[in-house]
Design a protein around this ligand. Structure first.
Ligand code: KG4
Ligand code: ZN
Length: 339
């Protein structure tokens, strides 16, 4: 089954053609990051307008790169939640129109299920059930993936997502948006012998898989501003490394403990922050120590793309078929819900 997939939930306009949920025939991603960088973050209205400008050419080049004719497409999958509503509606409207023109079903996909499905593309042998850690710009959650289209959220951030914290701290340190990658590079420059800055690692005894990154972000900002007021030079690389250590100290044990609590010995990681070299390294060490099989997609499949939506869309279609044409988009929606 050939699925044309469309992703436009934030600041990437993306299209892909995926066969049977696993094989990517083509994948095109047009990032708006350079434009939003001018404003230090995503400006929703600009995002919607840029999606409408580029969606046709992105889909067109994706179909051409796959050496297909549009009549070969069996279904159109599209991210319908969660995300910026204007951005989602652009992709959804295009997907409905394409499905109608091709007389094929339109399949709504939850963006988080898409991130998890990036692992099905990268690792042909991976099958549910498994435990998942999703770390993106908008979400940080721990989920038991029971089946291809069924997951239960067992913990999440109570405030900022990990990626959001990366971006906000990066901004304070004078790094360009989106700051995750630049933070990663800055961390590598820290003196390995220097003692880390002390930063919080909050716990929630009543919900051991919940986490919080807003206090961590504030602690970094306070450190930075106090140093500035005292005229003390702050070690930015060391601060980045200390921040990374705090984030990993929160994420890694929860991922391992969550997998254990669900009786899973497979852990799959997904989302833009899964591209972080230090978090990858810490997860690899912990999984090896605990005898857990770890899957983390290559960097190209961590950030937003439509190939992952094509994979999740295939499995969503097998589970539920196509949607009605009055399908709407939703800015927020839990991945345990269905459309
Ligand atoms: O999954 P994603 O592309 O979009 C959302 O669904 O939100 O994630 C984007 C996030 C941004 O916050 C970005 O700074 C972060 O992923 N990111 C990273 C790295 N590369 C991207 N964070 C830490 N280290 C990286 N290497
Ligand atoms: Zn995403």
């Amino acid at each position: 089954m050939l699925v044309l997939a469309i992703e436009s939930s934030c600041d990437e306009t993306a299209a892909a053609i995926v066969r049977d949920g696993r094989e990517v025939l083509s994948s095109v991603v047009a990032s708006q990051a350079d434009t939003h960088a001018i404003y230090g973050g995503v400006v929703p209205e600009i995002a919607s307008r840029m999606h409408i400008e580029s969606i046709f050419s992105v889909v067109d080049s994706c179909v051409k790169q796959a050496s297909l004719h549009t009549s070969d497409i069996d279904a159109v999958a599209v991210t319908a939640a969660p995300g910026l509503i204007g951005a989602l509606l652009t992709g959804l409207s295009f997907a409905k129109a394409a499905a109608l023109a091709l007389d094929k079903p339109v399949v709504p996909v939850h963006h988080i299920k898409g991130h998890v499905a990036a692992n099905y593309i990268a690792f042909p042998e991976l099958e549910p059930p498994f435990f998942a850690l999703v770390i993106s710009g908008g979400h940080t959650l721990f989920a038991d993936v029971r089946d291809y289209d069924e997951m239960e959220i067992l913990g999440s951030s109570r405030d900022d997502a990990a990626g959001e914290a990366f971006d906000k701290v990066a901004r304070v340190l004078g790094l360009p948006y989106p700051g995750g990658k630049a933070m990663d590079e800055l961390r590598a420059l820290a003196d390995p012998k220097a003692e880390s800055y002390r930063l919080p690692r909050p716990e929630f005894p009543d919900a051991p898989l919940d986490c919080s990154f807003s206090g961590l972000k504030t602690a970094v900002i306070n450190l930075y501003h106090n140093a500035l007021q005292k005229g003390v030079e702050l070690d930015r690389a060391l601060l980045s490394r200390s921040f990374h250590e705090a984030v990993a100290d929160v994420l890694v044990p929860r991922a391992i403990n969550g997998a254990r609590a669900c009786g899973r010995n497979i852990l799959a990681v997904a989302g833009g922050v899964a591209a972080n070299s230090y978090i990858r390294q810490r997860l690899t060490q912990a999984a090896e120590k605990e005898g857990i099989k770890l899957y983390i997609p290559p960097l190209s499949l961590c950030g937003d793309n439509a190939a992952m939506i094509g994979s999740a869309g295939y499995y969503a279609y097998l589970a539920h078929g196509g949607a009605e044409f009055d399908l709407n988009a939703y800015a927020t929606m839990s991945p345990s819900e269905t459309f």
